[in-house]
Design a protein around this ligand. Structure first.
Ligand SMILES: *Cc1c(COP(=O)(O)O)cnc(C)c1O
Length: 358
């Protein structure tokens, strides 16, 4: 046995159950906030005898243009997830430092912190919403990194750029505010990216996995001032971006593709409004968290509804939130996929299933 060789923090890890790690069988996948739009990309697989550019300039320049920053302020990573981990490995000392986060939120902040034996100051989304920036700057305590998922997965909640700016100013030289903007394309006017120009301690995480419809590509970006990024460039693996990935990413962030991404976002936002309507008028649902992002999170009156969805091949993401295990997150798919959600919803309240009288 080699398990006794494990450090305590690693031995204590539970396998992270991502949306895709459970072996579910289904026909309609609305559990991982993926885009329903897929498109073909051209790859040239020659020159693979050579190492790639550590940071492919064409992609970096195009993404800098898109985010209205300088190329030196953009670091390309293997998904936003690598950015999360890289920030912790770079800015936090194992066994000494801590991060702050606001639950319920994206699970990878905790996974990365636990993996690297970094402490967690767990605050709540309610505190993030209700406390002032000055109160928050006290609440985060000694945390080196303060993770704000904006809009928040899985609640969709948003906090204002002004509040992020004030928090960053109060934490200057004390902590870095990391704004995870995985879903920002669905409400782009709320991006905190421009704060980078005036705040050395603001980092913004982005991904091509959601609105850009490239979850399979594993590409994200970490945005920050040049001096803030410099240490990350020392810690990141030497050739993190494979040549073929760079090729596809370059096409994905072209101006033509950004236009088509924006069109898809507007269609998905419209479909979401329709879904929210259906959910709010369903007697099977007790609460709908209407926020931003390509997903809606709701509370079921009866958790058994999740099993009934699986029976129809409809896979959505169950959650335990606020101590209750009857929450469900539905990703915004295409019209046909959402019609299957509607059919499931209707079946939950149809007389055939609700006649319980003798
Ligand atoms: C999906 C998601 C990510 C992960 O993005 P990748 O680029 O696929 O690693 C990061 N943060 C949040 C909040 C997400 O929902």
């Amino acid at each position: 046995m080699t398990t006794e060789l494990l450090p305590d923090n690693i031995a204590a890890l539970k396998a992270y159950s991502s949306a895709k790690s459970e072996k579910l069988s289904g026909t309609t996948w609305l559990n991982a906030n993926e885009s329903p739009y897929s498109k073909a990309y051209n790859v040239s697989a020659s020159n693979l005898n050579r190492y790639p550019d550590p940071q492919p300039p064409a992609v970096i320049e195009a993404y800098a243009r898109y985010s209205e920053l300088q190329p030196e302020q953009v670091l390309m990573t293997r998904g936003a997830d690598e950015g999360i981990e890289l920030l912790m490995r770079t800015y936090c000392q194992s066994g000494v430092d801590s991060i702050a986060l606001f639950t319920p939120t994206y699970g990878m902040y905790k996974v990365s912190a636990d993996t690297h034996n970094i402490g967690i100051n767990e605050l709540s989304q309610a505190q993030l919403q209700q406390a002032s920036a000055s109160e928050l700057s006290e609440l985060v305590g000694e945390a080196k990194l303060v993770f704000i998922c904006n809009p928040n997965n899985p609640t969709g909640a948003l906090i204002s750029v002004d509040k992020i700016a004030e928090l960053a100013q109060r934490l200057a030289k004390r902590a870095i505010v990391v704004v995870d903007e995985a879903y920002i394309e669905f409400c782009y006017q709320h991006s905190a990216a421009q704060l980078i120009k005036t705040n050395a301690n603001v980092v913004v995480l982005r991904t091509l996995s959601k609105a850009f419809a490239l979850a399979g590509l594993r590409t994200g970006f970490t945005l920050a001032q040049q001096d803030t990024l410099a240490p990350l460039r020392k810690v990141i693996a030497p050739y993190p971006v494979a040549t073929v990935i760079a090729d596809i990413a370059e096409q994905a962030v072209s101006s033509a593709n950004i236009i088509s991404m924006r069109r898809q976002v507007s269609i998905l936002n419209t479909l979401k409004a329709q879904l929210v309507d259906w959910l709010q008028s369903s007697a099977a649902i007790s609460q709908v968290l209407t926020g931003e992002g390509n997903f809606v999170t709701l509370q079921l009156r009866d958790k058994a509804a999740i099993g009934l969805a699986y029976e129809r091949g409809l896979v959505m993401r169950p959650f335990t939130l606020f101590g209750e295990d009857n929450w469900l997150r539905i990703s915004i798919g295409n019209e046909q996929e959402l019609n299957e959600v509607k059919a499931w919803l209707d079946s939950l309240t149809s007389p055939a299933l609700t006649t319980k009288e003798p």
